[in-house]
Design a protein around this ligand. Sequence first.
Ligand SMILES: [Zn+2]
Ligand SMILES: [Zn+2]
Length: 263
Amino acid sequence: MSAVAERVTKYADRRRRAGELAERYDFAREPLALYGAVAEAQERVFARARADRPSVDALAAYVVRAALPDVMGAVMAAGTETLREAVLLRFHEGDLERIVTSWLRGDAQEGTDVFLARAATSPVLEALPEIARALPIAGEERFCPVCGGLPQVSLFVDSGEALVTGQRRLICARCASEWVYPRMTCVACGETESSKLVVLADPEQLPHLRIDACERCKRYIVSVDARLEGHAVPVVDELAALPLDIAAAKRGFTKVTPNLMGY
Ligand SMILES: [Zn+2]
Ligand SMILES: [Zn+2]
């Protein structure tokens, strides 16, 4: 696929899916509307990054100059009042380059800072895997084979072969790369003892989504079953798992990586 076709397909799919799920799930309408607006800005950022090809040393400065203005514009158009105010404050007072650098290092940050840094940087990393590959890896539990980031969502797909169980893949929260990961294995600590692995689901309301949690490390990830919903777009469907996120939090589990919307 050409770079242009790939970009159009990827971001158009994400926007279309956000619209579809917003219609279907009232509880996720607001975050999905914001996600759709941000994805539109990210598509422009992706195209710009492919053309500009910044160096890894200039990444944070590039993101501030060439990506953040579009993302901030999307927030001003579609964000909640609270988010709009927080973003305006960052724009006027924040050290934006530091916000991006801290996020790349995996430092603990305020929610608005994580949102801005991630929304603006991830399309650049998606556009330029060579930059993603050159990022320093912070901490041993990070394991995207391209950028060293943590997984955002787990995906079950049909293996295409009878008698073979479907494959499990993880999708990176930073650069959206996918890699194969064993089923029935905690994505945070590697636990494989089935008595320690907990599945939370709501088959009535969210048949193609579930939570895979671990009693040993108390972490969890949302899993999307593409065998049950063929046109799911995992990073977008993950945002609709909100009722499951709430159920997991009540049981003391925390997500391996909060999603772009912060939950
Ligand atoms: Zn990655
Ligand atoms: Zn675990």
